[in-house]
Design a protein around this ligand. Structure first.
Ligand code: NAD
Length: 239
């Protein structure tokens, strides 16, 4: 565990479900205060009491700015970590994509990362860490994931560019590229059991196994790592 003490705040998007929820729980156990963001508002039980999820659309920069600015104004919090987990992965091909599906996938998966990071780093005077969620589909072609794969490849490159831009402010930027993970969003694909047969470790990951790496990347063990994307796929994709 990367024990974190004090009043440092970690922003976690996509915190209502899957790896976003697991990340919020793991970082809260590490001692971070959590600003949980998701389209879906609500609360969930954290290790030290309820965590409120503030409703935002990551594609809408104004809603992000309002949520972060008002949280900082109310709490005087020091933001020191940002974890961009929110994302969508509907299938698409050249034959069926539309302008709307392109905009939706890129607005949430790519513009969303930029919006949240830009508004958060304006409060990160003490430096810190950003962790973006890419996918193995950024590196390995996945049938029927035309736009999703391209959006996650963009996240990998944004991670490098942002790492360079934010290094002078002592803000590290890294990414995680998961393979198959047992999340509510992934359950809806109905393909997990079949997919696990061809994964060398013969299973999909649990969300908590991915969240442990967010803990490492936001902690001191990763203090000299920036601009990297870590693949966690049980051997499904090797680079
Ligand atoms: N599940 C996997 O196997 C897998 C594999 C590789 C990468 N990923 C990536 O990991 C991330 C998390 O995946 P998951 O399976 O845990 O997701 P999930 O579908 O279980 O949850 C995603 C969350 O993001 C939120 N969200 C969606 N659009 C939003 C928006 N516009 N603004 C704010 N919140 C929004 C949803 O409400 C939901 O709570 C995504 O970026 C996904 O692309 C997932």
């Amino acid at each position: 565990m990367q024990q974190h003490t004090g009043s440092a705040v970690a922003i976690v998007t996509g915190a209502a479900s899957g790896m976003g929820r697991a990340t919020a729980m793991t970082l809260a156990k590490d001692g971070w205060k959590i600003l949980a963001l998701d389209l879906v508002a609500g609360t969930f039980q954290g290790p030290d009491g309820e965590i409120e999820i503030v409703s935002v659309d990551v594609a809408d920069r104004v809603s992000i700015k309002n949520a972060i600015d008002s949280y900082v104004a109310q709490t005087g919090a020091s933001i020191e970590a940002v974890v961009n987990v929110a994302g969508v992965y509907p299938p698409s091909t050249l034959a069926d994509f539309t302008t709307e599906s392109f905009r939706k996938i890129f607005d949430i998966n790519v513009l969303g990362v930029l919006n949240v990071t830009a508004e958060a780093v304006s409060h990160m005077e003490r430096g810190g860490s950003v962790v973006n969620f890419a996918s193995v589909d950024a590196f390995s072609v996945s049938p029927g994931q035309l736009l999703y794969g391209a959006s996650k490849a963009a996240v990998v490159m944004l991670t490098k560019e942002l790492a360079l831009e934010l290094a002078p402010r002592n803000i590290r930027v890294n990414a995680i590229a998961p393979g198959w993970v047992r999340t509510p969003g992934n359950e809806t694909t109905g393909r997990m059991d079949e997919a696990s047969k061809s994964i060398p470790l013969k299973r999909v990951a649990e969300p908590e196994e991915i969240a442990r790496w967010v803990s490492i990347l936001t902690g001191t063990d990763a203090s000299f790592m920036t601009g990297e994307t870590i693949v966690l796929s049980g051997g499904d994709v090797m680079r």
